[in-house]
Write a protein that binds this ligand. Structure first.
Ligand code: GAL
Length: 750
């Protein structure tokens, strides 16, 4: 394995020992989930091994400190652990190179000290732990002969944490100390997307590479494609491999899938000499949304709210072969429709309910839709459909990225109702002498940007905090609320996400309900003074059961949770707990379980494909639609792959989210890992999500009569847009692992 002229002989001699040590290695890991000590505050002495922490409180790692008696605490805190590192782990290792400290995920930033000396940190730009990346796995390594490691003696690990808002601390494992193994020097890269040459014919490239110039490898790569339901193996290949740091091994496999459904692919690489295996699994994306029809069809909500005299902008979302010609009858005075673009502009002076008939025509036919404009105090009658920069670009958002996103939305998504292009944190700079907020140099012309977004028939959103600073450390609106709201209106902003962040420094230490409400009422008032319709989105992670009072203080939506991540644990924990907030939804007032994590996400300049499986993504969109949640895409829209596009352009699924009754789903039935969520639609039909929370497929008998569907039901599969016939009492289905079947049910009238 080590490259040298006598490598072959040395390797032969070494291999017996290697096998032994490799086999023992994982058993030698030292767990670090034990007796951590904790204190809020920040003192340099706490890094030192000699500091006496015996009076500190005990704390568990693997859960935020908010859940362990430190509710609402933001700022600095320290964790300390005393641990003996036995030299046996070094002796038993083959490589004897690096010692690895795995400290899991830390919210938000951290510095880790071993025996008083810094061994690693997670600090974003500008290099302070205040800007750390809370979603990143902390793995810090030291050379095995590093003098900071005290073998067979007590070592003190001290973790300095800064949390700027929301949950804080060492919130998710795994935790351990281990010696880096042979498999730590091999990457099995499956990042290349699947390439579809026909609906079910695909190819994909796999790359094996050594991460160290010192080592090259041989071994066997096994690829297996299986049907997770029947266990049938669709493809099985074993390939001999040989690769190094500068000589990757690339392999392209091809297969044809029998059906349009979830298939699992397992890749195993068995390293030739150690027998150690690297294994990874993924699911092949499959598209359920039918291909777009050339026939004209009007999509989007049936109702739309505007305030009297406020600027009006609405693009009629319509699909069908272009060119399309739009008409509207019943348009109130003050509005005009561009018959080529479908964009309605103007303003309405008089309050009232204005029923319209919309039509869209092309050479294949005509599509019609009733549509009501409600001119009155309430806007945002259905949940916002849009994009937000945070889950993809994080603080690296720029004018150029926003323009690209707007262009992509106009080209591929706005025909399905997607409208908002929202800039999250990272646009702010400082105030001028008059106190006016100035965008930073990534946003040279905010008004021009808004004008561009509007010219596409779309709307634009912005972000701020009631505190002096935003969560990303940028300028907040504290004591400049009226001025900032006026700036937003002058630029042409249509949506404000207002994020608590450093307001924790202003509010009392243990805020009461009025303290939670106060800064949001101040900005509500400031927005009202602008005369512009600006959708108002609260972000304070659900504190004080915001769903109970968000509507009352004039918010259009409010976050009910901390930040989402692109993994099943985060998605399912957030999504399946939302029924607590359901009763508080109404047209214009929606629960926001956070933004979507489909497509390419990353919270910073470099993006990765979402870590959710295709079925988890169907669950994500289905559940959020059932919950009447704002749907804010969090990926790079200029690189939408066909699967993600399918997820975001299913008009029957989106219609559930946009239903005018605004009555979100609640859990109607559950048994073991199956949950059924139902929602009543304005038409009287029900939308039904049958979710399988298990990590294997499940056969389910859906007890129609137990979820309020007593009579004969006409069922329809909304993703496939296919009727399933008439059923009474029950319906049998197979639901993939972490997957969903999304149905509508109409009672048959006799
Ligand atoms: C968080 C918020 C995120 C994002 C971020 C920006 O508090 O929950 O959605 O807005 O701040 O710094």
């Amino acid at each position: 394995m080590k490259r040298s002229p006598v490598a072959a002989l040395r390797l032969f001699l070494a291999s017996a020992l290697f096998l032994l040590s490799a086999a023992c290695l994982s058993a030698q890991d030292i767990p670090l989930s034990g007796k951590w000590k904790f204190s809020t505050g920040d003192q340099a002495i706490w890094a030192q091994p000699k500091f006496n922490d015996s009076s500190w409180a005990a704390i568990a790692v693997g859960a935020p400190w908010e859940r362990q008696g430190y509710k609402g605490y933001d700022g600095f805190a320290w964790y300390r652990l005393h641990v003996v590192i036995p030299s046996s782990i070094r002796e038993h290792s083959f490589l004897k190179e690096r010692l690895r400290f795995n400290l899991g995920k830390i919210d938000d930033g951290d510095q880790v000290y071993l025996n008083g000396v810094l061994i690693g940190q997670n600090a974003g730009s500008p290099g302070t732990i205040e800007a750390g990346q809370w979603q990143a796995e902390r793995v810090y390594t030291l050379n095995i002969d590093d003098r900071r490691i005290l073998w067979n003696k007590e070592n003190v690990i001290a973790v300095r944490v800064y949390d700027h808002a929301g949950n804080g601390g060492m919130y998710e494992g795994p935790y351990g100390i281990s010696v880096a193994d042979v498999t730590d020097f091999i990457t099995l890269d499956i990042g290349d997307p699947f390439h579809f040459n026909g609906p079910r014919q695909l190819s994909k490239k796999i790359i094996l590479q050594s991460t160290s110039e010192k080592y090259d490898f041989t071994g066997k790569l096994n690829i297996r494609v299986t049907d997770p339901l029947s266990g049938t193996v669709v493809l099985k290949q074993t390939i001999g491999t040989d690769f190094a740091h500068d000589r990757p091994f690339e392999y392209l496999y091809k297969t044809t899938l029998p059906e349009n459904k979830a298939y699992e692919v397992t890749y195993d690489f068995t390293e030739g000499r150690s027998g150690k295996v690297i294994s990874t699994t993924e699911y092949i994306p499959y598209i359920l949304t039918p291909a777009p029809s050339p026939l004209p069809r009007i999509n989007g909500p049936e109702v739309y709210g505007v305030r009297p005299s406020a600027p009006f902008l609405y693009k009629i979302p319509a699909t069908g072969q272009k060119p399309l010609e739009y008409t509207a009858t019943g348009l109130p005075a003050g509005l005009k429709l561009d018959s080529h673009t479908g964009i309605i502009t103007g303003s309405i002076a008089k309050k009232g309910s204005y029923p319209l008939q919309l039509t869209v025509k092309n050479k294949s036919g005509i599509g019609r839709r009733s549509f009501t404009i409600q001119c009155g105090p309430t806007i945002g009658l259905t949940p916002a459909l849009g994009w937000n920069s945070w889950n993809c670009w994080g603080l690296s958002v720029s004018d150029e990225k926003v323009r690209q996103s707007a262009a992509a939305m106009a080209a591929q998504l706005s025909d399905h109702g997607w409208t908002y292009i929202n800039i999250d944190d990272g646009w702010e700079d400082k105030r001028d002498a008059a106190g006016e907020v100035l965008p930073n140099n990534k946003f040279p012309d905010m008004k021009g940007l808004a004008g561009y977004v509007h010219s596409l028939g779309l709307k634009i959103g912005i972000y701020s905090s009631p505190g002096p600073r935003t969560c990303g450390g940028y300028l907040g609106s504290y004591q400049h609320e009226i001025q900032d709201a006026a700036s937003y209106a002058r630029w042409g902003i249509d949506y404000l996400k207002y994020d608590w962040c450093s307001y924790g420094e202003i509010a009392p230490k243990s805020p009461g309900l009025d303290d939670y409400k106060k800064p949001y009422i101040v900005m509500r008032d400031a927005l009202d003074r602008t005369g512009r319709d600006i959708l108002y989105s609260l972000c304070q992670y659900g504190w004080g059961a915001v769903w109970k009072w968000g509507g009352g203080i004039g918010a259009n939506s409010w976050r009910t949770t901390g930040d989402i991540e692109d993994n099943w644990k985060s998605l399912s924990t957030i999504g399946f707990q939302q029924d607590k907030a359901a009763p508080y939804t109404a047209p214009g007032n929606f629960n926001d379980p956070d933004m979507l994590v489909v497509g390419r996400v990353g919270w910073g300049p470099s993006l990765h494909a979402t870590r959710l499986t295709p079925d988890e993504q169907y669950t994500h969109i289905s559940l959020w639609a059932l919950l009447a949640a704002p749907l804010l895409i969090g990926c790079d829209m200029s690189k939408l792959d066909p699967f993600t596009l399918g997820l975001l352009t299913n008009d029957e699924v989106l219609a559930v989210d946009q239903d005018a009754l605004a009555s979100p789903a609640v859990k109607a039935w559950s048994k073991e890992n199956i949950q059924i969520w139902t929602r009543t639609l304005k038409s009287g039909a029900k939308a039904i999500g049958i979710f399988n929370l298990d990590n294997k497929p499940a056969r389910v008998t859906v007890p129609l009569s137990e979820i309020g569907l007593q009579k004969e039901q006409r069922l329809r599969d909304l993703w496939r847009q296919k009727d399933l016939g008439v059923h009474t009492k029950e319906y049998n289905a197979t639901i993939p692992a972490h997957g969903v079947l999304l149905l509508s049910a109409r009672t048959i009238a006799h």
